[in-house]
Design a protein around this ligand. Structure first.
Ligand code: FES
Length: 112
């Protein structure tokens, strides 16, 4: 494990097609698990009107915002279809069943 990574919990704690919210100095980050056990981390704030993306529906590698149904690509954070906007994404990896996020990135943004 590198120095810049923080352990934000076990993969097993997030159900497939579910999410968990991690509170960081830079705000809340939503960590998503797909049906095929891939993990993505995005800001838990929809760029449309601030909806909690962690409460959205995960389908494939996308999530649908629970408020007005905008759809975002979990890998890029880009809004899909006609909607325009982007959610910040965070480097995330899984090692030994633990989910690790790049803490340095979060810290840099906290002081920006
Ligand atoms: S707040 Fe997410 S679609 Fe409107």
């Amino acid at each position: 494990m590198g120095d810049g990574l923080i352990d934000v919990g076990a993969l097993a704690d997030i159900p497939p097609q579910g999410a968990r919210v991690v509170k960081t100095a830079a705000g809340c980050v939503a960590v998503f698990r797909t049906a095929d056990d891939r993990v993505f981390a995005l800001d838990d704030r929809c760029p449309h009107k601030g909806g909690p993306l962690s409460e959205g529906i995960v389908h494939g590698t996308r999530v649908t915002c629970p408020l007005h149904n905008w759809v975002f690509d979990l890998a890029t954070g880009e809004a899909q279809g006609a909607d325009e906007g982007r959610v910040a994404t965070h480097a995330v990896t899984v090692a030994g069943g633990r989910i690790l996020i790049d803490a340095a990135l979060l810290a840099r943004r906290a002081v920006a």
